[in-house]
Design a protein around this ligand. Structure first.
Ligand code: SF4
Length: 306
């Protein structure tokens, strides 16, 4: 892990300085987080973690039999109106952690049998997380690092992670700016996401699996089908097929009108089986490797079949 630690040392102080006029994500709030100001993501100068555990419900190549060592960070720059994690993504709910605490959690997850360290919505805490990784590498952390993100990222930030992140697990939520503006107040979502995904693909150009079928290196793009948006999902699947080279897609149908989605009548329902089938069939038609959630289950498990 010495190579990763050297890369971290090169970038971490610059990232830390950026906290004083925070521009870590496309929101570019410019707030002084070093002195406790909070931006749209709700993060200030402390690390809030909502939960950490061995996650058995991620994609099979991420969860495996032992589980993915998942750390859910509180806060989020994107803040979708339908977020199922709204209790800690829209609100600063969670326990305060020091950098050493975060490193402890990583080491404990490894000791407990995790296949990887799965950083969920990490970007607004990136300088702190990199310091924690450096600390944990010193103490023997040797698992693949998974960057699990909404896809609303700045390309220059993703570029800095070259050689540090092993598996990228981004969403591609929207392709139309009117939809991303309406549900996430992010008119530039597709522009930011598409640029970032291309950079992720450049970094992890080739999927690498271990002998147990776990992903050691690669790119998995998640897409949650929204009610009434199957046509847009088809466009996304086609964009991925045309613009990425070695990737997997994890298609999801678990949308429920959480949080304030009920204020938007057109999405105040589940996706229908017919809508979902349209998108699954497009994946099959384009011969895209990956998984699709089972429509007829109450469990929010990723990567069921395809
Ligand atoms: S990380 Fe948070 S504070 Fe920084 S620019 Fe993004 S939303 Fe604003």
């Amino acid at each position: 892990m010495r190579k990763k630690q050297n890369l971290i040392k090169k970038i971490v102080s610059g990232l830390n300085e950026r906290l004083s006029r925070c521009d870590l994500c496309p929101r570019e709030c410019g707030v002084d987080r070093i002195h406790g100001e909070r931006g749209i993501c709700s993060a200030g100068n402390d690390i809030l973690i909502y939960s950490n555990f061995l996650h058995k419900g991620e994609e099979p190549v991420i969860s495996g039999s032992g589980g993915s060592g998942t750390i859910f960070f509180s806060g989020c720059p994107l803040r979708c109106v339908y977020c199922q994690n709204y209790k800690f993504s829209h609100f600063p709910n969670g326990e305060k952690n020091t950098i050493e605490d975060v490193a402890d959690k990583m080491i404990r997850l490894q000791t407990d049998g995790a296949h990887n360290i799965n950083l969920v919505t990490p970007t607004h805490y990136l300088p702190y997380i990199l310091k924690a990784l450096d600390n944990a590498f010193d103490r023997g952390l040797n698992l693949p690092i998974v960057y699990n993100t909404s896809g609303y990222e700045k390309r220059d930030i993703i570029e800095l992670l070259d050689g540090i992140i092993d598996v990228y697990l981004p969403d591609m939520k929207y392709i139309d700016s009117d939809v991303s503006k309406k549900y996430s107040k992010a008119e530039d979502y597709f522009l930011r996401c598409s640029e970032s995904l291309k950079e992720m693909q450049r970094q992890v150009s080739r999927t690498v699996m271990d002998s147990d079928g776990m992903m050691k290196r690669g790119l998995i793009v998640r897409h949650l089908v929204l009610p009434g948006c199957a046509d847009k999902s088809v466009k996304i699947i086609n964009w991925l097929s045309a613009n990425l080279t070695d990737f997997k897609v994890s298609l999801m149908c678990q949308f429920q009108p959480y949080f304030t989605a009920r204020d938007y009548p057109e999405i105040n329902r589940r996706v229908s089986p017919e809508e979902y089938d349209i998108v699954v069939n497009e994946m099959i038609k384009l011969d895209i490797d990956g998984w699709a959630q089972d429509y007829d289950t109450d469990e929010d498990l990723a990567g069921i079949y395809l």
